[in-house]
Design a protein. Structure first.
Length: 229
């Protein structure tokens, strides 16, 4: 088995899901007592959050590139960035590490295309919804990407940062998200991307009117494929 570096902590709640998912996936694939060969660097999220909301992406990039170099120096042969939003600086992270980075948008696009989806809604932080680094990569694969209206984007973002990253799950927030999904469906979306790694903590399969594509689960699957190749 190869060694995969996981750059996490953004937030710890979703990173815990990555760790469990990667190990469960390897165990299911290989059997016996196998577990995933991982190096995990879990950063302090507070400086990253401050930099994101201040628009100071250079500071956030420095936090991640320093961690990426450490993972590569420790023996990681590829890297998984356990967050959607910070894929905004994925190229810089990969360049710093000098090893391949398994981009979270790629297995998401693969799954959508395999299922014949064409117009997809995107739930994520406002950075992911409003900047083009993520939706643009999906559009390059031929997908049309819809983001919620401004008020809905504000709601989705608030729930992520005020609740989900703190491992807080509220039924009223689930209901708000379901309403957002319904409005995306009304605009023509035939599926919804859970484009923040914490959203799978809130929305359950079957919540809302659209099929869900959980980027955490899809990214973990790509990591297991790479580990076991």
């Amino acid at each position: 088995m190869r060694m995969l570096g996981v750059l996490g902590g953004m937030s710890w709640t979703s990173t815990a899901a990555y760790y469990r998912g990667l190990n469960e996936g390897v165990a299911a694939r290989l059997g016996g007592h196998h577990s995933a060969r991982l190096l995990l660097h879990s950063v302090d999220f507070e400086p990253v959050v401050r930099a994101q909301h201040a628009g100071d992406w250079d500071v956030a990039t420095t936090v991640l590139t320093d961690a990426a170099r450490g993972l590569a120096a420790g023996g990681a042969e590829a890297m998984l960035l356990a967050t959607n939003t910070m894929h905004k600086v994925a190229d810089a992270v990969q360049d710093a590490a000098g090893v391949p980075l398994l981009h979270i948008a790629d297995p998401t696009a693969d799954a959508l295309i395999a299922d014949g989806r064409r117009t997809v809604g995107l739930l994520a932080t406002r950075f992911t919804m409003e900047h083009d680094f993520y939706a643009g990569r999906l559009r390059e694969r031929g997908l049309d990407v819809l983001v919620p209206a401004e008020d809905d984007r504000r709601t989705v973002h608030r729930v992520i940062y005020d609740e989900l990253v703190h491992d807080v799950v509220r039924e009223e927030s689930r209901a708000e998200y379901v309403s957002v999904v319904e409005r995306l469906a009304g605009r023509g979306a035939d599926a919804v991307i859970l484009g923040c790694t914490e959203i799978g903590l809130l929305l359950r399969p079957g919540d809302g009117v659209l099929p869900q594509y959980d980027t955490t689960a899809l990214h973990v699957g790509a990591g297991v494929d790479w580990l076991c190749a």
